[in-house]
Design a protein around this ligand. Structure first.
Ligand code: GCV
Length: 696
């Protein structure tokens, strides 16, 4: 089954997702807010504040049909309007209590309303320009959902310091694992000339609190190797400037062997002084173009990318060498932990890919410099619909870490299937590693609070491209939104986050909110049911990873086997098997080791289980498989029906686009159901107890 390509649309036509401002029809509300929004006063008259004020002005114009004055003069009428200023400004300070000032962090903001007989003021205060832009979008959103101004009081600070989007964009304009059109940054091996779309993208990202973007693929090949040179840096500096206006730093993925490719050196050995010198010079040049450059993202010794192992050096040697070059400028090295043997022999049952990241990195804990961050995929394999949380979280107390989540739906339906990922991500973030006793949640590790790290946070592999709606499937916009919101505050409730997205994107019609919320919150569960439940994973077509193929990866080199035979399926990863469970805290080791205690949705990840094994429900494993696939494919009808009920209540184009994809989802879910059920039936010869049609 091939993934269906999105039809090309003109580059200049696109929606603005949750920032498509619609007119507020509520006259009563309008009357109440007018005094607060008829003027915008900026107290720090610089480029960034003016930009924030213009964002607010544009929004107010579109939402309320009034055009506020922006005033930057020293004479200010503080009776009516929105006041935007920095902490420290004496006018602003007059309105603030000591305690509230102390609560505003570097990227945070405060929104406070002063309403008296003579004054109607909204105060928007921050410590930095980034805080101002985040606060501006928050204020716009509050106004859009008609928040009660008399009680509006918000102090917000992001929990995690790094909230970065990773683009896997290639310079020819293609996107590795991209399902929403071509790159918005590159085409024909050049940086795109018009940055209009990049600017709108920056607006979208700032509105969800993102503060970093890596614009090129981690597989750095061909022309992309040269992005760190003056050949491309002038253009990259323009991209960086566009992002800077919205509080976002630019990062670049690099090829570890660049000193050879670009510098003409004979080696890229991280301990070779000439190699270090070359990187120092390169970094110096980058910062001369981009003074606030974020740093490098590195995929080394992974899937045919060069790295320190080539020279018999460790990953700490490699990362630290780059970190030393970046340190004087405040840059960081984000080093990926996705290192494993991708040339495994399927006959080898001793090697377990799931163990690889931990085995490669755990021994290096404490060896990385402070400006190195290890970027760890959420699970030990590769963004399957369900995997256990990587044991590296909580396994390396002395190493900064970021969690890598995949917003793009490589294994979760490629934006043809609706699969809202917020529910899965929330479960991951709430996982208690027990590394420092009860309460050592993944969210507390990656936000830095558990170990007091300076650099840590969230990386999300982008799901956007130049398609009309950015994400191919209109409802997949919710995944980008949710990634940003959870990175900002991993304690947020997924229901709340999803609901806010619906309100801002589709309005507050009760049925619309209710149905879309149901659709989103149930979609991952449904997708899992008709694809690979119980932690099985990998039954996809090799290469493009779309559609079912139960043995697609069974006899390959990638180390992703389920080893099904006629009696049993799954890999024994317990302490008596491959020993993977030993990488976890003893609390989890015991649970995962024990087939009775192991969470059932991960059963086949940790255990090799006979088809006749009875699950907690009393069903046999094989019957569960059949039921799950029949029910999952059936439940897609509920998604369709709930969407269909919204006909006429949603913009027609969006409605039709989603309907079309739901139709494809249904067809492809049936394909999954039939292929997987037939596979198991043929393997086992055990019929479905309910006698449903399984193709023999
Ligand atoms: C960018 C998986 C994907 C690759 C991806 C890789 C990675 O293997 O299939 O497309 O490469 O992960 O995360 O580096």
């Amino acid at each position: 089954m091939e993934h269906v390509k999105q039809k090309g649309v003109p580059q200049n036509q696109y929606t603005m997702c949750w920032l498509d401002y619609k007119r507020c029809e509520d006259e009563e509300y309008l009357k109440k807010v007018i005094p607060f929004i008829s003027n915008i006063f900026i107290l720090d008259n610089n480029y960034y504040f003016r930009n924030a004020a213009l964002e607010l002005k544009e929004a107010i114009k579109n939402i309320f049909g009034v055009e506020p004055n922006i005033q930057t003069t020293s004479y200010l009428d503080f009776h009516h309007g929105t006041l935007i200023g920095k902490l420290g400004n004496e006018v602003i300070e007059k309105f603030l209590e000591k305690e509230e000032k102390e609560q505003i962090g570097n990227e945070g903001f405060l929104i406070k309303v002063v309403a008296t007989k003579t004054q109607n003021i909204i105060l928007l205060v921050a410590k930095t320009e980034s805080g101002i832009i985040y606060g501006t979008f928050e204020l716009i959103n509050r106004l859009r959902v008609k928040s009660n101004l008399s009680s509006l009081y918000i102090i917000e600070n992001p929990k995690a310091p790094l909230r970065v989007i990773n683009h896997w964009d290639n310079m020819d304009g293609s996107i590795e694992r991209g399902y929403a059109g071509s790159s918005i940054f590159f085409s024909n091996n050049r940086v795109k000339r018009s940055l209009k779309r990049v600017r709108d993208y920056a607006r979208l990202l700032a509105s969800i609190g993102i503060n970093g973007v890596v614009i090129n693929n981690v597989n750095v090949r061909g022309k992309a190797i040269w992005l760190i040179t003056p050949k491309y840096l002038p253009e990259l500096s323009e991209i960086a400037e566009t992002f800077r206006l919205y509080g976002i730093k630019l990062y670049i993925s690099i090829n570890f062997a660049s000193p050879i490719y670009i510098g003409g050196l004979s080696t890229a050995d991280p301990l070779d002084p000439d190699v270090f010198k070359w990187w120092q010079e390169t970094v110096k040049t980058i910062y001369s173009y981009i003074p606030d450059f974020g740093g490098f993202l590195v995929k080394a010794d992974s899937e045919f990318n060069p790295g320190p192992y080539v020279y018999g050096r460790s990953h700490a040697d490699g990362a630290n060498m780059l970190a030393k070059a970046l340190l004087p400028y405040g840059g960081v090295v984000i080093w990926r932990a996705f290192v494993y043997n991708c040339l495994q022999d399927w006959r080898d049952t001793k090697t377990d890919r799931a163990k690889a990241a931990y085995e490669n990195f755990k021994p290096l804990d404490g060896e990385f410099l402070d400006n190195v961050v290890l970027q760890v995929k959420y699970g030990p394999m590769d963004f399957q619909v369900r995997e256990p949380v990587s044991p590296l979280f909580g396994g390396m107390e002395k190493t900064n870490q970021m969690i890598e989540l995949q917003i793009t739906q490589e294994y979760t339906g490629q934006q043809i299937h609706l699969c809202y990922l917020g529910t899965l991500w929330k479960e991951i973030l709430e996982f208690d590693t027990y590394c420092k006793g009860k309460g050592s949640y993944v969210k507390r590790i990656v936000d830095g609070s558990l170990f007091g790290w300076k650099y840590c946070g969230f990386a999300g592999v982008s799901n956007i491209g130049s398609s009309i709606n950015w994400t191919g499937h209109d409802l997949a916009q919710a995944n980008l939104w949710t990634f940003g919101k959870l990175a900002w505050n991993p304690d947020g409730s997924v229901e709340g986050i999803a609901k806010e997205w619906i309100l801002l994107t589709f309005g507050d019609d009760k049925k619309v909110v209710e149905n879309i919320l149901w659709i989103l919150l149930n979609s991952h569960r449904i997708y899992e049911k008709y694809t690979t439940p119980l932690g099985l994973g990998w039954m996809v077509n090799p290469g493009h990873h779309y559609g079912p193929n139960p043995e697609g990866y069974e006899y390959s080199k990638w180390g992703t086997y389920h080893r099904a035979d006629t009696k049993a399926i799954g890999v024994d990863r317990t302490s008596k098997g491959t020993g993977y469970t030993l990488q976890y805290h003893p609390h989890w080791q015991k649970i995962f080791d024990d087939i009775e205690k192991c969470p059932e949705n991960l059963l086949l990840f940790f255990h090799r289980v006979p088809y006749t094994h009875r699950l907690k429900s009393g069903k046999t494993l094989i019957q569960f498989m059949y039921d799950s696939h029949f029910e999952g494919a059936e439940e897609v009808d509920v998604l369709i029906q709930k969407w269909e009920e919204l006909r006429g209540k949603i913009d027609e184009d969006i409605f039709n686009r989603v309907s079309e994809r739901l139709k494809m989802q249904k067809e492809h879910a049936i394909e999954w159901r039939d292929v997987i059920n037939t596979y198991f039936y043929r393997k086992t010869g055990i019929p479905d107890e309910k006698g449903r049609l399984i193709y023999p």
